[in-house]
Design a binder for this molecule. Structure first.
Ligand SMILES: [Fe+2]
Length: 497
């Protein structure tokens, strides 16, 4: 059929555009976007892998699988089979918690376990609803100490921006064994409703395309440190205010990570009190279980590395002897690991003037140096920065008085300027990487090309473009690369032992 006159053609186009606009603003379309994949009839959040409370390598290995549905009347089961095998092996019945979080409607939070996995070996898993398979994915067990591995570091990501989706797709192309997020997982306040728009649809997209994201988290384990936007403050807004954000603190119920950090008690040292009605608090506590507040600090092994994830938010007193002893002992006990990595949100060594003053994590540099930490990965500033390998001695080590906050930590650094990561691959000191260009609007862009604004310890400062870090570990060699959202290599260095 032809439309004879151009006026009618323009009207028709306008009507279509209006209809699309109205649909895009309707609650129905928001729900459709939240679950914009072929699994939407079965899941409100499609299955995604987690490490679970498994700090150490084991043989066989296990992983945790989380998913969410709207109603609880169905019978769900999980099966696993080795790559190439024919027989599916039934897993233990998943656990379920039914909770209605305001703004999200009724939810059933499922937790299943994938067990009997050969270290580093690929496998398939599937979910059955009332005995009918409804979801299947391919994944890989955590690697053993003898196996080479690749991990990605990307922070400050969950905004549902075009660069976040491009970066997600590029990470998918890089085929990492696991992904580590150094905080600010979702903006602005770490809420489930924000994960629904800014995390799950992008990292668990049905298709891998630069404009959508990629089916990453169903097949690749993500671990995360908690940033200020996840569990602390953004200006005067407090993420722990469960009256303001009844679905807040998603970090503690949407992630399942090791619970081997220092024991903490809400309202006591290093954990501010929850805010909100008793009913809001008890609903959150029931959902989070033992994960709150302990899961904000933990460590785990992957391949031949020991990795520590820390809470660097402003309420943490990392001069507290109990915390320091835990960290020192944890790193010291990993004496079999060839590599030691640490991940947290707010960098101690950073040249971005936007967050330059938040230097309190420098107070851990003595432990990192004593315990031979190789690389510290941070976010918070939305760019890429690489330091020289360095040693640092603070001018003083005084704990903050109650109600005070430590910001500036002056001191003396010694830089290994001879290390270039190409011909000299033996750093003297700890390398500090900021990889916070995963999706949020970039910061410090005017500084990147203006070296006079950098601190003496900064070796590289890149923004734009949006980017992420890949780390390839093969026995005693580590190759670190910074890749752009288009896959271009922005930086590269090698460390050898
Ligand atoms: Fe941040």
């Amino acid at each position: 059929m032809t439309i004879p006159d151009t006026h009618h053609k323009s009207c028709a186009r306008l009507c279509v555009l209006l209809a699309l606009l109205l649909f895009s603003l309707s609650p129905a379309s928001i729900r459709a976007n939240e679950t914009a994949d072929s699994t939407s009839n079965n899941f409100v959040v499609a299955p995604y892998l987690q490490l679970g409370d498994r700090p150490s390598l084991t043989d066989p290995e296990s992983l945790t699988l989380l998913w969410q549905t709207i109603d609880s009347k169905d019978n769900w089961s999980v099966q696993v089979k080795d790559d190439g095998a024919r027989r599916w092996k039934s897993q233990a019945a998943p656990k379920v918690q039914s909770v209605e979080l305001p703004g999200n409607g009724p939810r059933c939070f499922f937790t299943g376990q994938l067990t009997g996995l050969a270290p580093g070996k690929p496998f398939d898993y599937r979910l059955l609803r009332n005995d009918a398979p409804v979801f299947e994915a391919h994944a890989q067990a955590r690697k053993a100490a003898s196996q080479p591995y690749r991990f990605v570091v990307v922070g400050d990501c969950g905004t549902n921006s075009a660069p976040q989706r491009q970066v997600a797709n590029q990470i998918y192309s890089a085929k990492p064994d696991f992904v580590m997020v150094p905080g600010d997982i979702v903006y602005n306040n770490g809420r489930l409703s924000e994960y629904m728009h800014r995390y799950f649809p992008i990292y668990n997209s049905e298709q891998a395309t630069p404009d959508k994201g990629a089916p990453l988290i169903r097949s690749t384990v993500f671990v995360a440190a908690a940033g200020n936007h996840d569990i602390d403050v953004m200006g005067r807004v407090v993420a722990r205010d469960l009256d303001l954000f009844p679905d807040g603190l998603g970090y503690f119920y949407l992630w399942s990570q090791p619970l081997n950090g220092p024991p903490l008690v809400s309202g006591q040292a290093n954990t501010p009190k929850l805010i909100g009605l008793e009913s809001h608090q008890s609903r959150f506590l029931k959902l989070a279980g033992p994960r709150y507040p302990r899961m904000a600090n933990f460590s785990f092994d992957y391949g031949n590395a020991h990795i520590v994830v820390l809470d660097a938010n402003q309420y943490m007193d990392w001069l507290d002897p109990k915390l320091r002893t835990w960290l020192e002992d944890d790193l010291a006990s990993a004496n079999n690991a060839k590599w030691r990595f640490v991940c947290f949100h707010q960098p101690g060594f950073n040249s971005d003037l936007g967050h330059f003053i938040e230097q309190r994590m420098r107070l851990l540099s003595d432990i990192f140096e004593r315990q031979k930490v190789d690389v510290v990965f941070n976010g918070h500033t939305h760019n890429y920065q690489r330091s020289y390998p360095l040693h640092f001695v603070p001018a003083k080590r005084e704990r903050a008085k109650p109600g005070e906050q430590i910001n500036a930590v002056p001191g003396t650094w010694t830089l290994d300027r001879a290390f270039d990561g190409v011909t000299n691959t033996h750093p003297d000191g700890v390398l500090y990487i900021v990889s916070g260009a995963g999706g949020a609007g970039l910061t410090g862009t005017y500084q990147a090309g203006n070296q006079s604004t950098w601190q003496e310890f900064t070796f590289k400062f890149i923004a734009p473009p949006h980017s992420f870090t890949t780390c390839d570990v093969n026995d005693k060699t580590l190759i670190v690369r910074q890749l752009s959202a288009d896959g271009d290599e922005l930086d590269r260095f090698t460390i050898t032992k």
